[in-house]
Design a protein around this ligand. Structure first.
Ligand SMILES: Nc1ncnc2c1ncn2[C@@H]1O[C@H](COP(=O)(O)OP(=O)(O)OP(=O)(O)O)[C@@H](O)[C@H]1O
Ligand SMILES: [Mg+2]
Length: 600
């Protein structure tokens, strides 16, 4: 059953196949750890327990009232007694129901709070993950875990707390009442337990396996949706004509889900059916045992009726309780997936003892000392032994062939990764000693690809600085040479940019990114120029925007435009992760080396 083909898991860039280690881990989720999620809620849980005990004691009264009705009030035609007994029965039902509501409220609250905590913890923890994590994780996988897995758990945790509370009340109360009525008959009723427990265990194990597979399948489905229905994905599939294949993949994935759901549902149904047969047989056995020579005559009719009534009412809550076992066991698979995320180490993190700096007073002297870095899983270094010195307020242009490691250098400077060896300092302070928030205030990045949020232009710009006024936002846009264009849009600054900003051209998006960076006003700027050729008009606009942005700051530009390169204080030629030449435009041309070949 675990041998389903996992060919699809590797698709979409991330090696997310299920390793044996992962499978065994799923089996080892510690119940104690799950229990710890509830430790903050001891008070409410104690209240729930108290209510359970109270309701049990109360409910114990009902069968005795019934027995008195049948054995005394009715045969003796005692109307007063009858009325009192009936009032008592109604009152017991009323109070029990009220307690049930309170209990449901408390336990649902506890369940929801636990889920809320888990969801926010996972979100916050994943937020802190380094870029490497997101590179190796399929888009859609993370969403699936947060929505499908925690969502699935939510119903388990919430309904578990509620179900345990309410069903346990009934079962305990009923059992106590049964024993009080006749311990002999109670013993007879116990025959139901062994098969019930056996069946439940079997089904629980089955469900757990199915759940683990279903969640993986759901994640796959999500990935396909992301790859097939996001704007970039649709563009790709339309231009490559892979629409039909995508539909096939989705259909296959969905069909597997149908199969899993069916099996999961059927397993439950079979158990239910077997159980109801067993339960139906009990009253018969009870009547039989009541008439057996040893017991005959020792039980009143009232006791017998009250007892079978109780026993009949035991079925649903008992099944409910056993179901909790089933869904809890099944949910271990969900917990395993969530805990796996929570246990991921944070690779790039805030230092334990950060150096406190005032980002506005940083001078912006950037140094790289013998920096080496390679991407996980790659044996060649993307950056190897790079040493660079960029004095405050000066500009450095990085040039080199595609894939030479320029963007990687930029990522290291903004600490998206940490170097494997060597160090990067700003004003002599190692980046790893700075708070991430401070570093983000000091180093501004305009990357090759601009990400825009699906909201208005204004909000996209304000994302960079939430307290920026409208006037400041427009100023930034003006400096970034994009104000006129925005003003010309149907809704001006309130125009929604479209999913990921597909409404804008590459050059426009980049100018929006420049405006965003201007709002942040960082001391050090990292500009990764778009590699795609812009038309001269746009290029000039982008160039002017870059120039405004660069004024008075330390800038590291990954340059594809000759003008950027020519004016730089310092040019470094990158090749296979190494700096092979550096100097000014003229000095490098004079050398007639690598730069000279690139520049022509
Ligand atoms: N996330 C990653 N995982 C593994 N390898 C990567 C990753 N990103 C980049 N690389 C590899 O590292 C090398 C340097 O890539 P980088 O993006 O720094 O090149 P670049 O100089 O910016 O190129 P371009 O001019 O095309 O933007 C390349 O060989 C690339 O394949
Ligand atoms: Mg690049």
């Amino acid at each position: 059953m675990e041998s389903t083909p996992t060919h699809r898991e590797g698709r979409g860039g991330g090696p997310r196949s299920v390793t044996p280690a992962e499978k065994s881990q799923a089996r080892q989720v510690s119940l104690r750890r799950i229990g710890r999620l509830f430790t903050d809620h001891r008070g409410p849980l104690a209240a729930v327990t108290a209510i359970i005990v109270a309701s049990s004691v109360l409910a114990m009264a009902s069968p005795f009232l019934l027995r008195t009705v049948i054995d005394r009030a009715l045969p003796e035609r005692d109307l007063t007694l009858l009325v009192w007994l009936v009032v008592g029965m109604v009152a017991v039902a009323g109070v029990t129901a009220a307690l049930g509501v309170i209990q449901t409220w408390i336990s649902t609250r506890v369940g929801q709070q636990v889920m809320h905590r888990l969801r926010t913890d996972v979100f916050a923890h994943l937020q802190r993950q380094s870029i490497a994590f997101f590179t190796r994780t399929r888009t859609g996988e993370v969403q699936s875990r947060i929505t499908n897995d925690i969502g699935g758990m939510q119903s388990v945790v919430t309904s578990t707390a509620t179900s345990i509370a309410s069903n346990l009340t009934t079962v305990v109360a009923t059992a106590v009442a049964m024993v009080a009525l006749s311990w002999r008959l109670s013993l007879v009723s116990l025959v139901v337990l062994p098969p019930a427990i056996l069946l439940t265990r079997k089904v629980a194990g089955l469900r757990r396996q199915i759940t683990a597979r279903r969640q993986r399948e759901l994640a796959d489905l999500n990935v396909t949706i992301e790859e097939g229905l996001s704007i970039s994905g649709v563009q790709l599939s339309k231009t490559l004509g892979t629409g039909a294949a995508l539909v096939d993949r989705f259909t296959a994935s969905s069909a597997r889900l149908v199969d899993l759901e069916l099996r999961s549902e059927l397993a439950g149904r079979w158990r239910m059916a077997s159980m109801s047969i067993i339960f139906a047989a009990i009253p018969a056995v009870i009547y039989l045992s009541a008439g057996l020579p040893g017991t005959a005559g020792t039980l009143s009719i009232g006791t017998l009726v009250a007892f079978t009534a109780l026993q009949g009412g035991l079925f649903r809550p008992l099944m409910g309780l056993l179901d909790v076992g089933v869904s809890l066991t099944a949910s271990l698979a969900l917990f395993a997936r969530i805990f796996e995320y929570l246990d991921l180490p944070v690779e790039v993190d805030d230092p334990a003892q950060p150096v406190t700096i005032d980002p506005r007073r940083v001078r912006g002297h950037l140094r790289l000392d013998d920096v080496t870095f390679s991407y996980p899983g790659s044996d060649t270094a993307a950056v190897a032994g790079v040493t660079l010195d960029v004095p405050a307020g000066t500009s450095l242009a990085l040039v080199g062939e595609t894939g030479s490691g320029k963007s990687t250098l930029a990522a290291l400077i903004s600490r998206l990764h940490d170097p494997a060896a060597g160090r990067i300092t700003i004003d002599g302070i190692d980046l790893r000693d700075l708070r991430l928030a401070d570093l983000a205030a000091v180093v501004g990045v305009v990357s090759q690809e601009t990400y825009l949020l699906h909201t208005t232009v204004r909000e996209n710009l304000r994302y960079a600085r939430p307290d920026a006024t409208d006037a400041e936002i427009e100023d930034a846009a003006r400096s970034a040479q994009i104000h006129d264009l925005i003003a010309g849009l149907p809704d001006g600054y309130d125009t929604v940019v479209g999913s990921r900003g597909h409404r804008f051209s590459g050059g426009e998006k980049q100018r929006l990114a420049i405006a965003r960076t201007l709002l942040r006003d960082p001391r050090i700027l990292v500009l990764d120029e778009a590699t795609s050729a812009l038309d001269t008009e746009t290029e000039r606009a982008v160039q002017r925007a870059f120039d405004v942005l660069a004024e008075g700051r330390t800038t590291i530009t990954i340059a594809h435009r000759l003008s950027t390169v020519r004016d730089a204080d310092q040019i470094a030629v990158v090749d296979h992760g190494r700096i092979v030449e550096s100097g000014t435009h003229d000095s490098l041309l004079d050398r007639n080396g690598r730069y000279a070949t690139l520049a022509v």
